[in-house]
Structures are given as structure tokens and as C-alpha cells.
Design a protein around this ligand. Structure first.
Ligand SMILES: Cc1cc2nc3c(=O)[nH]c(=O)nc-3n(C[C@H](O)[C@H](O)[C@H](O)COP(=O)(O)O)c2cc1C
Length: 365
């Protein structure tokens, strides 16, 4: 399974693993793949410490870091300024949910309210990443050319996640080194175009720029299919959620939601962040899709509306409302395993699938 991309990026297998856990990122890299740390909800000082922790764990093997940089964000990290923009009807709806499900107040702001996604925060994150010794920088949403240029000038590989042709055109124009074509099946923020339809289109547009397939890649067969679609590797998030290394990042309710879910139990909802976000179905996504529910606010105003309640749901273990970002591939993962086992299974089954395709080619010849 060693593709050209492996040579170029100094890895043994063309598997990129996205995670919000330092432990998972290090384990993916140490298993021969490319771990990528989702740092968009981390402050600059935390990013510096966490990059160092990953570096200590992987030594000179490569790893990356992912930031989300949407265009339209407020200038300042000022919650009070945004609070004034939240409509009363939305506030009343959220208070109604708190009463209906007996959700106490959280003891601290939630993950989405510990700071406001703003130009001020983004600039400090970008500076911390540029100064760090991370090998690669991925941009999950938005692809500002000046950020690509800065990271390249620091010797870092640049990557953009794209969900449609328009995004790919912008990222290629900005000069990224690698594209991730992320289809509808994916967990977290996702678009409307299925992985099968998206990947060959982006490969065609990208020319000499390599493309990774993302969204629904959960088995070796998916990897073989991704290579057949023209991708040079895969980018995976969901498969690394139900792992021993990620366990401490999940509440008991979130872990159960992931273990129990099949593909049909995931749903795309704007109720999480204001942007379409695939997650396990729960009373949270259901309540926001009723006729009485207001339409979710824009991002990051919606964070301000729901961030504390989302934190309280986890802190106080409110089961019906617990959910987690997950892709349609989640049905393949129904027990906790070490990351190395997940990676090794993908590689073994991928090799088997590719060998099967080789035999098929011989038969057809
Ligand atoms: C819980 C969760 C959170 C995610 N957060 C981010 C993020 O912050 N930035 C990003 O670029 N991608 C994020 N993603 C998307 C992944 O980078 C990846 O593209 C996706 O998981 C691939 O599809 P899969 O979930 O089917 O494996 C997230 C995915 C999940 C499951």
C-alpha cells in the first residue's frame, strides 16, 4: 500500500488520522501513518504545549495540526458583544430545553464558549502554529492565501479540506501541497456531495497536487476504493473515536452513543455550531428539527447560544441529549481498540482488497 505520497511525506502507509486527542495523533504517526491534531478549539499557549507533547511522543516522525479559519468571524474575543445579538426567541427555546430535560447550569463555559472564534483568536493560533515545529498544517474551513504562504515559508506542508469544486479551486489558487476531498459521509462539519462523487472530480482538478479521500473511509475496502478513485491516500476521523487513546475525551454517554450508532443513526444538523455538522442522532438534533424550533443561528453566534448548555449536558450526564460528531462509517466501530490495532486492520484489509482487485484485473485481461 506504499504510494508515491508515502515517499514524499516520509510515512509508511497513506493513512492520515485526524483527532482532537494528542494521544491518538501520536499513535497514528507511530503506527506509520500521519497523525493530525485538531487544534481549532485550543488557545495559542495550549497549542505550543500540545505540539511539544506530540513531538516528544513521535520523535522525528511527521505529524500535522488542523485549524478552522472561516472568513466571517467577529474581530474580537468578546462574548458580551455577541450575547447582545442573540434573539430572545432563541434564548427562550434553549431555556425551554434546559427545563424540559432538567439540565443544571455548567460549572464552567463549554468547549464552544471558552473563547469566541474571532479574528483575534485565529491570529494568535496561526502565529503559534507557524512558530511550532509541526510538519504540516491543515485548514479545515477557509484557506486564506496569506496563511498558506506563511506556513510554506516556515517549511510546513500545507493541506486544505474541500467539500466541493469551488473550495478546491480556491485552495489550489492559494498553493496548497495536498487536498483532502471530504464527502458527505464524513463526521463533523460536512458538505452535500458524496465521497464517491467528489473524489474523482477533485483528483481531476488537482492535476499534480495529490488528493486524499475522506468521508466514510472505515475499512480496507474503502482504502482500495479511494486509490481506485484516484486518491493517493485517505484521511480518517471517525475510526479513531472509539479507541482506547480517545476514551478519556468522551463522557460515558458520548461513548455509548458512538458504540451504539449505525450509519443511519447519524444526522447532519446546524444545531451544534450553526454550520452543518454530522453527529449521532439524539434529542438535541431532534428538538432542533421540530416545527416549533427556531432556525439555528449563524456561526459563531450559535456557539454563544448553545455552548454552555452543550457543556452542561456532558457535565451532568443528561443522556437523551448526549451525542457526538461522527460519520456514517461509525457502524464499523463497536468496541474500544488501541489505535495501532485500528491502523493495522485497515492496512491488512486494504492489502487484501487490493490483491483481490489485482486478481480481478488478471481474470479480465
Ligand atoms: C468529532 C469530529 C470533529 C471534527 N472536527 C474537525 C475539525 O475541527 N477540523 C477539521 O478539519 N475536520 C474535522 N473533522 C473532520 C475530519 O477532519 C475528517 O475529514 C472526517 O472525520 C473524515 O470522515 P470520517 O469521519 O468518515 O472518517 C471532524 C470529524 C469528527 C468526527
Amino acid at each position: 500500500m506504499k504510494t508515491e505520497l508515502c515517499e514524499r511525506f516520509g510515512i509508511d502507509i497513506p493513512i492520515f488520522g485526524f483527532s482532537h486527542a494528542v494521544e491518538v495523533v501520536a499513535a497514528v504517526t507511530n503506527a506509520g501513518g500521519y497523525g493530525v491534531y485538531g487544534a481549532t478549539r485550543r488557545l495559542a499557549a495550549e497549542i505550543a504545549d500540545e505540539v511539544k507533547a506530540i513531538r516528544d511522543a513521535v520523535e522525528d516522525r511527521p505529524f500535522g495540526l488542523d485549524l478552522v479559519i472561516p472568513d466571517k468571524v467577529p474581530e474580537r474575543n468578546d462574548r458580551a458583544e455577541l450575547e447582545m445579538k442573540v434573539p430572545d426567541a432563541h434564548r427562550r427555546f434553549v431555556e425551554g430545553l434546559e427545563r424540559k430535560y432538567s439540565v443544571p447550569k455548567p460549572s464552567a463555559p463549554g468547549m464552544r464558549t471558552r473563547f469566541i472564534r474571532s479574528r483575534e483568536i485565529q491570529d494568535s493560533q496561526i502565529a503559534a502554529v507557524a512558530e511550532s515545529d509541526v510538519n504540516m498544517v491543515a485548514l479545515g474551513i477557509g484557506c486564506p492565501p496569506e496563511v498558506v504562504e506563511l506556513m510554506k515559508s516556515k517549511g510546513k506542508t500545507t493541506v486544505a479540506l474541500v467539500g466541493q469544486e469551488r473550495h478546491a479551486a480556491r485552495a489550489l489558487e492559494a498553493g496548497v501541497d495536498l487536498l483532502v476531498a471530504q464527502g458527505y459521509d464524513a463526521g463533523g462539519h460536512t458538505g452535500q456531495i458524496g465521497t464517491f462523487s467528489l473524489v474523482p472530480r477533485i483528483v481531476q482538478m488537482a492535476g499534480a497536487v495529490p488528493v486524499l479521500a475522506a468521508g466514510g473511509v472505515a475499512t480496507g475496502r474503502h482504502i482500495a476504493a479511494a486509490l481506485a478513485l484516484g486518491a493517493q491516500g485517505v484521511w480518517i476521523g471517525t475510526a479513531f473515536l472509539v479507541t482506547e487513546e480517545y476514551r478519556s475525551h468522551l463522557s460515558p454517554g458520548e461513548l455509548d452513543a458512538l458504540l451504539d450508532a449505525q450509519a443511519a443513526d447519524t444526522v447532519i444538523s446546524r444545531a451544534e455550531s450553526g454550520k452543518p455538522f454530522r453527529q449521532t442522532r439524539s434529542a438535541w438534533s431532534e428538538e432542533w428539527s421540530t416545527k416549533e424550533a427556531p432556525s439555528p443561528l449563524s456561526h459563531p453566534l450559535h456557539d454563544v447560544l448553545v455552548g454552555d448548555m452543550l457543556g452542561a449536558i456532558i457535565e451532568h450526564d443528561i443522556r437523551p441529549l448526549q451525542h457526538y460528531g461522527a460519520g456514517q462509517g461509525i457502524g464499523w466501530f463497536d468496541r474500544l481498540r488501541p489505535v495501532s490495532e485500528v491502523v493495522n486492520t485497515l492496512v491488512r484489509d486494504g492489502d487484501t482488497a487490493l490483491a483481490g482487485l489485482g486478481k480481478l484485473t488478471e481474470q479480465l485481461a
